[in-house]
Design a protein around this ligand. Sequence first.
Ligand code: SF4
Ligand code: SF4
Length: 135
Amino acid sequence: MADLQLVIKTEDDRVFYDMPEVSPCSNCGVCCKHFRVSFYQGELDSFPLGFVPAEMTRTVTPFLVCMQGTENGNENGNGRCIALQPNNKCAIYANRPTPCREFAVYMADGSLNPKCIELRARYGIPPYETPLKAA
Ligand code: SF4
Ligand code: SF4
């Protein structure tokens, strides 16, 4: 199966990435454990046009929220987004917040994102060796 990364350009010129069922993320998931995943509260499904399940988030500031479990990043090995399942898949993939959509596995030339490689290494996961292939 070819590994593909779908690049989506939004109307306001942001770039989002979607991954297939099987991808480098399948044996990883560390960005869902390492960062505080915070974003504007307007993305919550409790707001008009919002989509992220509000019950899975925590308030950070009057305008910012974060995914529950990521409040302090992964300090002391305890951070983990509430939506990250044991198989490293996101339970709310179609409704995940913006920061999760903006982190690319592959660069524009098909090479692996160096930040991704660095993150994996921190958690003892070797670089994914398959470069991006066209369908
Ligand atoms: S660090 Fe890279 S490979 Fe791992 S889950 Fe995040 S985007 Fe996927
Ligand atoms: S919402 Fe999904 S993609 Fe985003 S950090 Fe949580 S598990 Fe990962």
